[in-house]
Design a protein around this ligand. Structure first.
Ligand code: FAD
Length: 305
């Protein structure tokens, strides 16, 4: 275990940069001046709370007393303008910033591996609006998943995103991680549910994306479409395939159940290849399909529908 962690730590160190202590002191002073003392925390015991999310090597290292990451400062913004201010200060002083949602991530994404600033977004946890006509909710990024669900439930509503980490994760963490939940096969992943985002940028401003759902880009192959495209909904997400390497089901979002379906669904730059494939005889298509399957690394599982 020790040797594993050592090589693991070395791999982190390959990405590490050194923060100028002068710049850090200047950033702390600017943060305190802009956000107030209560929002800018450097107490060692509090910093210790941000040395591990649920990434197991981080948990192990923290338990062993040798955390692999530790912020120099934790900031708890009270407004979205505060977030933009933190980013502007960090940008000016070239200090790394890491957002912290619920800390339930399993990949170490919220760890300050270079030190610097952690912005704990749980202090931004307001439900701004529940629109029962449009069935939308506007909520701040640090809202805990379970609390949001409970608040919606009091109105007889629910969030279609329900991950196993709902107790700990935040709405911002859902989106940053492009999470899925137990209802995602019915309602889509979190990115299918988001209408609009207000985003703080390192240049110090806030921007808002236009309020359109992802499906406003047009129907996707998995959308129900009564067969007019020749594909019925029940062919999707029902036949686990193991194709070229481990990429199946195909079309990235798993909407093509076979390699020929994926080829025939392509257009754009791949249009000539798609047309060439479509022009092959059924036997030649089958032979090509067999050849492509022969490239498979894991050809074992075939589940009947
Ligand atoms: C027991 C358990 C069950 C889980 N089940 C699921 C599951 O069913 N589905 C699933 O998708 N995941 C699951 N996860 C993984 C994890 O909970 C999710 O990825 C979750 O969405 C992370 O949210 P968080 O608020 O805890 O984010 P954090 O862990 O705090 O952060 C995750 C990443 O998002 C970034 N981030 C957080 N908030 C913001 C923000 N406001 N703006 C920009 N970046 C931000 C962080 O910097 C980090 O890179 C599970 C984890 C555990 C421990």
């Amino acid at each position: 275990m020790q040797s594993y962690l050592s090589s693991y730590e070395m791999s982190w160190k390959g990405f590490m940069t050194t923060i100028s202590q002068g710049a850090l002191a200047d950033a702390e002073a600017a943060l305190t001046s802009a956000l107030g003392e209560a929002a800018v925390i450097t107490t060692p015991v509090v910093l210790g709370d941000y040395t591990a999310d649920t990434y197991w090597p981080a948990l192990y290292a923290k338990a062993a007393g040798t955390p692999i990451a530790r912020p120099d400062v934790v900031v708890r913004p009270r407004t979205e303008e505060d977030v933009a201010t933190v980013l502007a200060i960090a940008h000016e002083q070239r200090i790394p910033v890491v957002p912290w949602g619920g800390g339930s991530g399993t990949q170490g994404g919220s760890l300050a591996i270079n030190g610097g600033i952690v912005i704990d977004l749980r202090s931004l946890a307001e439900v701004i609006e529940i629109d029962e006509t449009s069935m939308t909710v506007t909520v701040q990024a640090g809202k805990n998943g379970r609390e949001l669900e409970a608040q919606l439930n009091t109105r007889g509503l629910m969030l279609p995103h329900y991950p196993a980490s709902v107790e700990w994760a935040t709405v911002g963490g859902y989106i940053a991680a492009r999470g899925s939940g137990v209802l995602s096969t019915r309602y889509g992943k979190i990115e299918d549910l988001v209408l609009s985002l207000r985003v703080a940028t390192p240049a110090g401003g806030l921007m808002e994306t236009i309020g359109v759902p992802r499906h406003a880009m047009g129907p996707e192959l998995a959308d129900p479409h009564d067969g007019e495209m020749g594909l019925a909904r029940d062919v999707f997400l029902t036949r686990p395939l193991w194709g070229l390497a481990e990429t199946a089901p195909y079309l990235h979002d798993g909407r093509a159940a076979t390699i020929p379906e994926a080829i025939l669904a392509h257009g754009g730059d791949a249009q000539p290849q798609r047309d060439a494939f479509a022009a092959l005889s059924p036997d030649d298509q089958a032979n090509l399909h067999l050849f492509l399957l022969s490239l498979t690394r894991e050809p074992k599982v075939r589940v009947a529908r």
